[in-house]
Write a protein that binds this ligand. Sequence first.
Ligand code: CO8
Length: 257
Amino acid sequence: MSILIIDERPDDAIAVLTLNRPEVHNALNTAVLEALAQTLERLSAQDDINAVVLTGGEKVFAAGADVREMADLDAIGIYRDARPGHWRAIAAFPKPLIAAVNGYALGGGCELAMQCDIIIAGESAQFGLPEINLGIIPGAGGTQRLTRAVGKSLAMKMILSGEFIDAAAALDAELVAEVTPAGETISRACALACKIAEKSPLALEMAKQSVLKTFETSLADGLDFERRSFTILAASEDRKEGIAAFLEKRKATFKGR
Ligand code: CO8
């Protein structure tokens, strides 16, 4: 059985990727991260896919880095590790990426969910960065992305104590966009992905880049980036089609040109 199940749905212009190492609670070893990075790189070049949903199991999204694999790495091994490259490739995916989280999203699993653009959580979801219990700290962006998502005090509490938060608290803290009833997380994430996938691929990519700039730049530079992206889109066929469809009271058909 594949460690990453890939379900491409070109009719809906989405793909659903499922982490599949249930025997170790979907622990993210190098092979899973490599498969995920390579799949996203391939999907980024595929015109019939405009959005991707990433999910795990019913009880566990992912319980973090594979502790057994990590245990054998010394400092030089970690320095030469292939995994940071895979994490960067995942972060560079240009299309909308939605995490559908049920159960535990811990350590690297929480970091993976936070690398997605939107998190939809089932009622059973639990988020945590328990690395402190192992005598280490988050190593795939957790200290940065959690703090930006939920603010300093809650991030400090979670990172310093290793305590988890449930789906309701994650919604309160704006770590997730929505909480769904049990059993509806993936269908809701797919419905949202389908809705997003109907939009102009160019506009989606530039909107994603512009929002992500918020975390990298000053307001002035971010506004400048947004303005340039807005201007570039004025040259697209999709903009003409979107405005014409609105004026003609019909549904737009975007081509990504
Ligand atoms: N790695 C490897 N195996 C794991 C992991 C993991 N992260 N999590 C669970 N497993 C395995 C267990 O060892 C167990 O295997 P076995 O049956 O052979 O003993 C099996 O999965 C089932 O686990 P449990 O029996 O523990 O199941 P429970 O339901 O009792 O508990 C928990 C579930 C709470 C999820 C518990 O398994 C747990 O606490 N897991 C570890 C969570 C954790 O510490 N995560 C952080 C890991 S460190 C990290 O993510 C750093 C990221 C840095 C990335 C850097 C990239 C460059």
